[in-house]
Design a protein around this ligand. Structure first.
Ligand SMILES: [Zn+2]
Length: 87
């Protein structure tokens, strides 16, 4: 019986550890600090709902989309040049 309890405890500890890791990881991915009231790029006001939905938001919707497009584009380019090096 004592062994059974010890095993249960060990499993629970493993579950706790992985949940703690997942929470830590999610927190690290979140933007840090206070949301800006105005966009860092174009200085348009950022809607309050957006500020509250995305803690630490720095860009308006338009600039955010622009940045994501550029990020996707540079990723594509990097993959493209890597492929050409392999040939
Ligand atoms: Zn903007």
């Amino acid at each position: 019986m004592a062994v059974g309890w010890a095993q249960d405890g060990a499993v629970q500890q493993q579950i706790d550890a992985s949940v703690a890791d997942a929470v830590k990881l999610a927190r690290e991915r979140m933007p840090k600090g206070r949301s800006l009231e105005h966009c860092e790029e174009c200085e348009e006001p950022i809607p309050l709902a957006r500020q509250q939905a995305i803690p630490g938001v720095r860009l308006c919707v338009a600039c955010q989309e622009e940045q994501e497009k550029e990020a996707a584009f540079s990723l594509y380019n990097r993959r493209g040049s890597k492929d050409s090096q392999l040939k």
